[in-house]
Design a protein around this ligand. Structure first.
Ligand SMILES: [Zn+2]
Length: 391
């Protein structure tokens, strides 16, 4: 009760920072030499599925593996194909589902017998590595006891095959016994099926939408809901949208990072109809991490963005931003692990606690038959540090 009252106050007092499309989710224009060179990179011909498999070691919580090409066959064996890890729990007892809702008879007439199903998408921008690593943590260490969770840890695997600073190969971040690719926010132009257009307009944009620069056609988080017969980036967006539909996802999180001095760091972006879930989650995040999150509202000028387009489909969609000290120009001299203000372990930890808070609050407010119960989230930054560095 106290919680609900606190959230009402929060929502009443909430001044949503109005971010214009220009300053929207991690839109920094990294004006780097975006030339991937003319010779083929060694990874350009490989499948994104094997790229991801070389970075993550699925744990016993993973009950099934699919790939984006299951939803768009044209992606098979391309650098854009990427794994989808599924973690499924057992059905809970009927009595268990009546304990969380205020109206406990609603389930009797609820047509949906499906368990609460969540999706976590990371790596849409392959340089925003804290989100990718948070997804890897869940794949390696979490178990779903009830409900269902689908994870795409490298949504744009092509973006992980090259580096913006003129390099054909991605930069690498060495961790404890594993190498993580620090890629870019755009698909690799050598791997696209079409050259960049003069200007880019997302598929469902309104007639007043201001066109974006042509290279944004390779920005996965401007391409939703995607196009089945579009360029590879658009097909990748379509596959993710189709996966959310096939899973009947109740909630989907999109994990990102922004420049350390951006107004978007430590924020959750969502449509107005899901602000109550986000507001509740910010209380949990502050309790467990000490970090104060703010909320941003999604609007129709965010056509093509996950939080707008998935929300349009009826999925409770949330984009979470942590600070990446190397952005916006992906400065290779920045120490990702030990940066004084935004060390990698803190960013990964906050992503994980934000995910837990959003999923649990959304599940508690849902009438789905089985609430989502996940074990294995870290309880301290140190736990994540040990995982990343082995010390
Ligand atoms: Zn991003």
């Amino acid at each position: 009760m106290k919680r609900i009252f606190a959230v009402s106050l929060m929502l009443a007092a909430l001044t949503l920072t109005s971010v214009g499309a220009e300053s929207g989710e991690c839109t920094e224009n990294a004006e780097s030499t975006e030339s991937a060179g003319s010779s083929e990179s060694t990874e350009s011909a490989g499948s994104g599925v094997s790229l991801v498999a070389s970075e993550v070691r699925p744990g016993k919580g993973v009950t099934e593996m699919r790939s984006l090409s299951d939803f768009v066959p044209a992606l098979a064996r391309t650098p854009f194909d990427a794994p989808v890890y599924l973690l499924s729990g057992a059905p809970s007892d009927a009595k268990a589902s009546s304990t969380s809702g205020a109206s406990d008879i609603s389930n009797a007439s609820n047509a949906s017998n499906a368990p609460f199903t969540a999706a976590i998408i990371a790596g849409a921008h392959a340089n925003e590595i804290a989100g990718v690593l948070a997804a890897y943590w869940i794949i390696e260490r979490c178990e779903v006891l009830h409900g269902r969770l689908a994870i795409v840890p490298r949504a744009n695997a092509s973006g992980a095959t090259w580096s913006l600073n003129g390099a054909q190969a991605p930069r690498l971040v060495e961790l404890n016994g594993r190498t993580i690719r620090y890629g870019t926010r755009f698909s690799n132009p050598l791997q696209e099926t079409e050259p960049d257009p003069e200007q880019f307009i997302p598929p469902l944009a309104t007639s007043t939408f201001q066109p974006l620069a042509g290279k944004e056609a390779r920005n996965l988080n401007r391409a939703y809901p995607g196009l089945l017969d579009g360029r590879r980036t658009a097909q990748t967006a379509y596959a993710i949208t189709a996966m959310l539909r096939a899973e009947s996802a109740h909630i989907a999180l999109d994990l990102h990072e922004a420049s350390i001095d951006s107004a978007l760091t430590w924020s959750i972006i969502t449509r107005k109809e899901y602000l109550d879930v986000a507001a509740l989650a910010t209380l949990d995040i502050e309790d467990t991490t000490g970090v104060t999150f703010h909320l941003e509202d999604s609007r129709d000028e965010f056509a093509g963005y996950s939080h707008w387009e998935w929300g349009r489909m009826g999925v409770a969609a949330f984009l979470v931003e942590t600070p990446n000290p190397a952005q916006p120009k992906d400065d290779p001299t920045v120490d990702q692990l030990h940066h004084a203000k935004a060390p990698l372990a803190l960013r990964v930890y906050v992503h994980l606690r934000a995910a837990k808070a959003l999923l649990e609050n959304a599940s508690a407010m849902s009438e789905a038959k089985d609430a989502l119960v996940i074990e294995g989230f870290p309880s301290s930054v140190e736990e994540v540090s040990r995982w990343l560095e082995g010390i």
